[in-house]
Design a protein around this ligand. Structure first.
Ligand SMILES: [Zn+2]
Ligand SMILES: [Zn+2]
Ligand SMILES: [Zn+2]
Length: 275
């Protein structure tokens, strides 16, 4: 992967799903004139000179960026950023990147469990999944589509909890046995429909998520037979030998080969991280 792509990852919501949220991600980049020629080795050596390895250096992952920049993931309790800021800020831009952790969806929750209690039920009734260190942040809670007496919840969790939850695949909430699903998702750009960036930063020409033509979704006249996924279309274009199915909307995750590949990549990166 190129350094450019690495940096885009660091900024994007796509990358946010790569990183467990008990870590923080910091980018250190040479400022101004230094930027053009500086080697990554020099940046790394400056970082190492300016942080205390005994207290600051709990670093889980390092990536090289363009223009002599480095991306560092460290434990959220690490005071890396402050030390680095104090000593390096004359020569370097240092910024923290917001990160989001893995997610699980729990369905089958009885409607008598109130939103403010659901996290407690999850933790107390499912101690084989959640321990005292587990991160468990409620993101969504509400009835399932077809039955408003059955609720579902989406939680952001840490990587260990995520693995335990999906290995088990079920949990207890109140007197109901509930099913646990993987809720790792990546966001699609509303403008060009590709993954890994927000429409706010999109410089690509726009495309329709239903039919892949160059118009806004609101203007789309395509019926189901004319649905065409722009991501799978581009995938086939780029990979001459491939002929993945393109007859679906870009949001149809079950049918979309491109989406599945992105999710696969996210998980590879996620599980590749040291815990
Ligand atoms: Zn875009
Ligand atoms: Zn269209
Ligand atoms: Zn597709």
């Amino acid at each position: 992967m190129s350094a450019d792509a690495d940096e885009m990852h660091a900024k994007s919501s796509y990358a946010q799903t790569l990183i467990k949220n008990s870590q923080k991600t910091i980018i250190v980049k040479p400022k101004g004139e230094n930027q053009k020629n500086q080697s990554i080795a020099k940046t790394k050596s400056d970082v190492l000179k300016n942080v205390d390895p005994l207290t600051d250096i709990n670093i889980g992952k390092v990536k090289n960026l363009k223009d002599g920049g480095v991306l560092l993931q460290c434990d959220s309790s690490s005071n890396f950023k402050q030390s680095a800021m104090n000593n390096l800020s004359d020569q370097y831009d240092i910024r923290e990147v917001k990160t989001i952790g893995p997610r699980v969806r729990i369905t089958g929750i009885p409607d008598y469990i109130k939103k403010e209690d659901i996290t407690l039920y999850m933790r107390k009734q499912n101690e084989s999944i959640f321990d005292e260190k587990s991160i468990c942040t409620l993101l969504k809670y509400g009835p399932v589509k077809k039955n408003n007496t059955i609720f579902q919840a989406v939680f952001e969790v840490d990587l260990l909890t995520y693995k335990r939850a999906l290995t088990l695949g079920h949990c207890l909430v109140g007197l109901n046995g509930c099913t646990i699903y993987d809720a790792i998702d990546v966001s699609r750009c509303f403008n060009c429909n590709s993954y890994g960036h927000s429409h706010k930063f999109c410089k690509n020409s726009s495309s329709c998520p239903r039919c892949a033509h160059r118009h806004n979704l609101k203007e789309c006249q395509a019926d189901v037979e004319a649905f065409k996924c722009v991501n799978c279309y581009n995938f086939n274009l780029k990979n001459n030998n491939h002929d993945v199915n393109i007859n679906h909307a870009a949001w149809d995750h079950d049918k979309c080969h491109s989406y599945k590949m992105v999710i696969q990549k996210v998980k590879q990166d996620l599980f590749g991280l040291s815990i």
